[in-house]
Write a protein of this length. Structure first.
Ligand SMILES: Nc1ncnc2c1ncn2[C@@H]1O[C@H](COP(=O)(O)OP(=O)(O)OP(=O)(O)O)[C@@H](O)[C@H]1O
Ligand SMILES: [Mg+2]
Lengths: 255, 361
């Protein structure tokens, strides 16, 4: 039996006339790397935003370990152990890379006491450096995060989500704009974290990446889930080929 | 995009570099920005000695105002510079401090003298208590709206000062006479400002290195992201707002006692808001030394121009010109821009050395 860690039930969300989500249902299986694919504008990021509290949903429910987390605040979701990265990376550009990591250790700070405590205890710094080393940014720890390249920002975002040791990590296009050798490194990291028990839900357009890494894949199109299953099953599904893979493979051939 | 370097922290690499006696100007600048304690001590000792050496009343009056504005700009910066929320309503706290001093000292029939300064902490506390609901409302909005809301709050308070029954209305309030000797009349005010200034700088520098400061900086860079990483943003913002109100009010209280009679339009003066923002901006947002330098230079300049050119409004022209020069050539303020450039140069020279070592392999 596989356990479902996160369940998305019949999610609806419209922006004016655009139905970004029209009744999406999705299971994230505990201990697995779950993929989420679909053409541009199919509603993937919107689903992430609703799960992590950045946007409200019109209808439907989100269950984490069986209880509803619908329309909670982002910090409450984070406190539950769900971390995420953003499609357009969001880092603290004018802080150093190491300070970026330390921001993620502030969640338990007591209000006024935090004024009297200097940033980053030795153990927090050591842990942060360990994680930076893990994503290969340790040597840049003193640089301003704003000076990092796009791919490095993606890695930094992943690293500081890891600081809080979440059980579930949502990655929005982790490989987008990242060079091929770094992509391999990245999927290696994700697999390694997964081995240690972290569950992932990954949005990605890079088919090779998704099919090589994910244990289960869900396909969205126009705000609906059109297929779900193992990569092989999804790959062979005519509906998916129709809506997505066909188009993408052509794109890839062209480029 | 250039990195503004409002927070110079190079924990590992720079520690090694500094230990190795790095002779580049970058190390020197970073020492200046992260000034070690003994330098501050020497500076404070110098400031203590100044009125004993230079006793002319013209000079000491200007010195009092310089210290006052240095404290106010530092306090303002510890909120606006650190959190990125530009407040144009801190003059409210200056006015609150001034009125606290004026009303309480007359109400309690105080007879002037040094005991008047005992009211300073009270002025600070009252301002902080006002800052909490004020911040609670104003900080619900995001950056640009926040600026407008603080301006609105400012005018509400000014209106109150004009119209409330206990404020004396447009006639203002006359304070008890100082009772200090004419020869060194300015000295008590100078030292009061100095004490408040030193405390303010110490608190601002402490916040800057604290976890609380890190949370503020994270809010400045990406508030939503900070929130999603568990930073309790509302609490942090309001606390910082209230803390920054305290020194401003204390300086307001010193000012009221210093000039002896206050009027609502001068105690709640909109020019103060613009002036302190400009001082902090020209020196450098988010740094410690920036607002100090900015306030020192601008305030001294303004007072001397007033004196020698007898033209009260000329300083506005100079402010405007300075502002234009800084914003076009040093968009992050003087200090951070210079530090940022030096840092870039250092990076470039570092890169070129790594490239050449790779090539030589
Ligand atoms: N805040 C918003 N306001 C208005 N429309 C929005 C908003 N967010 C998303 N949409 C719309 O919802 C639809 C789904 O967007 P979403 O970002 O979820 O797509 P996506 O699957 O992540 O696409 P991509 O692969 O390009 O990232 C799009 O048509 C988009 O224009
Ligand atoms: Mg998207």
């Amino acid at each position: 039996m596989t356990d479902v860690l996160l369940e998305v039930r019949g999610l609806h969300r419209s922006f004016g006339g655009v139905k970004a989500l029209a009744g999406c249902t999705l299971d994230v299986i505990e201990g697995k790397i779950n993929g989420l694919i679909g053409p541009n504008g199919s509603g993937k990021t919107t689903m992430f935003n609703i799960i992590t509290g950045y946007e409200r949903c019109d209808e439907g429910d989100v269950l984490y370990r069986g209880s509803s987390i619908r329309n909670r605040t982002p910090e409450a979701i984070f406190a539950l152990g769900i971390g995420r990265t953003f499609q357009l990376t969001r880092i603290f550009g004018r802080l150093s890379v190491l300070d970026n990591m330390l921001v993620a250790t502030q969640r338990n700070e007591v209000w006024l006491r935090s004024m009297l405590r200097p940033t980053g205890s030795a153990s927090e710094r050591a842990h942060a450096m360990e994680l930076l080393d893990f994503v290969g940014l340790a040597r840049l720890s003193g640089e301003l995060a704003g000076s990092l390249s796009y791919g490095q920002r993606k890695l930094l975002e992943l690293a500081y989500v890891l600081v809080a040791d979440p059980q579930l990590i949502l990655l929005d296009e982790p490989a987008g704009g990242v060079n091929p050798s770094l992509i391999n490194q990245l999927s290696g990291k994700i697999a390694e974290l997964n081995q240690q028990g972290t569950t992932f839900l990954v949005i990605e357009h890079n088919m090779e990446f998704v099919m090589g890494l994910c244990h289960a894949v869900t396909v969205m199109s126009y705000g609906c889930v059109i297929a779900a299953g193992t990569p092989e099953v999804v790959r062979a599904d005519p509906k998916v080929l129709d809506a997505y893979l066909g188009g993408t493979e052509e794109d890839e051939d062209e480029s | 995009m250039t990195s503004p370097l409002t927070r110079v922290r190079r924990p590992f690499a720079s520690a090694e570099q500094e230990a190795a006696g790095d002779p580049t100007p970058t190390a020197w600048i970073s020492l200046l920005v992260r000034r070690p304690l003994w330098r501050s001590v020497v500076l404070v000792l110098l400031l203590i000695l100044i009125p004993l050496v230079i006793t002319g009343a013209t000079f000491t009056t200007i010195a009092v105002y310089c210290l006052m504005y240095m404290g106010i700009a530092t306090a303002w910066n510890s909120f606006s510079g650190f959190s990125g929320y530009v407040s144009l309503g801190h003059a409210v706290f200056f006015g609150v401090g001034a009125y606290t001093m004026a009303l309480l000292s007359t109400h309690w029939n105080m007879s002037g003298g040094l005991s008047m300064f005992a009211l300073l902490p009270l002025a600070g506390v009252i301002a902080a208590l006002i800052a909490i609901p004020y911040g609670y409302v104003a900080l619900r909005t995001r950056r640009h709206t926040f600026v407008v809301i603080t301006i609105a709050f400012f005018f509400i308070f000014q209106l109150l000062a004009f119209n409330l029954s206990f404020t004396g209305g447009s006639a203002g309030v006359v304070l008890p006479n100082g009772q200090f000797s004419a020869a060194d009349y300015n000295d008590p005010f100078y030292y009061a400002c100095l004490v408040v200034l030193v405390l303010t700088v110490a608190v601002a520098a402490g916040i800057r290195r604290s976890r609380f400061g890190l949370q503020l900086f994270a809010i400045r860079d990406d508030e939503d992201r900070a929130r999603s990483l568990g930073v309790k943003v509302n609490r942090v913002k309001i606390t910082s707002f209230a803390v920054s109100a305290v020194p401003v009010a204390m300086m307001g209280a010193v000012w009221a006692f210093f000039i002896g009679q206050i009027y609502p339009q001068f105690a709640f003066n909109p020019a103060l808001d613009v002036t302190i923002a400009l001082m902090a901006f020209i020196g450098g947002f988010g740094t410690i030394i920036g607002p100090l330098l900015g306030a020192l230079v601008l305030e001294a300049l303004q007072r001397y121009l007033n004196l020698y050119l007898a033209n009260a409004d000329l300083y506005l022209v100079i402010y405007g010109l300075l502002f234009l020069v800084v914003i076009s050539f040093l968009p992050e303020g003087i200090l951070p821009s210079i530090a940022g450039r030096l840092r870039q140069r250092r990076l470039r020279s570092q890169n070129s050395t790594t490239v050449s070592t790779q090539e030589s392999r």
